[in-house]
Design a protein around this ligand. Sequence first.
Ligand code: PLP
Length: 394
Amino acid sequence: MNNDEDKNNRLISNRTNAIAPSGIRKFFDLLGSIDGVISLGVGEPDYSTPWHIREAAIYSMEKGYTMYTSNSGIPELRQRLAEELKNRYKLEYDWQSELLITVGVSEALDLTMRAVINPGDEVIMTDPAYVAYDASVILSGGIPVRVPTVEEKSFELDAAEVETRITKKTKAILLGYPSNPTGAVMPREKLVKIAEVARKHNVLMIVDEIYSHLVYGMGHTCMATLPDMQYNTILLSGFSKSYAMTGWRVGYAAASKDIIAAMTKIHQYTIMCAPTMAQVAAIEALKSGQDDVMEMVEDYNRRRLVMVNGLREIGLSCFEPKGAFYAFPSIKSSGMSSEEFAEKLLVEEKVAVVPGTAFGKCGEGYIRCCYATSLKEIKEALERMKRFLDRHKA
Ligand SMILES: Cc1ncc(COP(=O)(O)O)c(C=O)c1O
């Protein structure tokens, strides 16, 4: 380390120094400098937000709704959310005290960790897992404890393996299914077993169900609906993925009154409220966005099949993803590491994918390919990948 680096490291807090920059973003900084790239990289719908949702926000601005909202979020949005959770899952949350509107699931995740973690508390999570899980725990003074999930077991988390990692310091189990990056969905019976472990050891469940609408041929089970789990679960979800609203920044948390009150305290001082016009858009999404979601899910499903079959045809074995919009093929047969594969593929064939290691050590040997892009681009990317694999036959 040179002197300047040493000085900078001393200026920055230990917690911040302890986390690495997002493996996704780091890789995508490379992208800007290359023309003609097909990106299967960033996990974001290629649709614009449905027009009636955008229009609701535009109208709200024309009417001058440009002030702060209540810290917890616009009452109508919380009421509609409570209704949605009741209709969808038969879960009853008090909209005034058990729901909080946040700046995406990203903020909800950060608030959750800051509200519940004491220094040294452990949070159990999968490996691989979404890039922010690890970081949010470390930034709150906690310790992430990773449990490998493997392709041979459909990237599902095994309750017995979770139980062996429980210690006196375990505060929570954090689950993100449907999974980014693997596309795995947890079957209900496996979730039931994890819930049993959580109850037995008195640890919280934190679940990120942002992809819950995006499932293909397999239902999504919400952790909070399992016996005695509603108030032992902090349920996080949002509008980014299902309504193609990534840029609007609206998410929410549903949990017990005490936990929501603790999260709201932090939210009050750091954020005040989610953007007003985005909350109005979210109301419209809940009011009349169900057909849009269904159409997008059907379309993602078509793309999913083309992507997975295409990857298999060009010689990469690929676990069948049942949710979200990612395929997670194995690139072990190439003899390259995930990083090397992703970098060479980008430079040589201008196809951007994310190395599996961006999501944890167990992502080695895999790449994440997002199929929320046009069929034309998916097909072209597959052709380029075939050329790449033919050239680098191990
Ligand atoms: C699993 C998962 N959780 C949370 C997020 C962040 O969502 P939001 O846009 O609501 O902050 C993402 C975004 O990629 C994600 O994949």
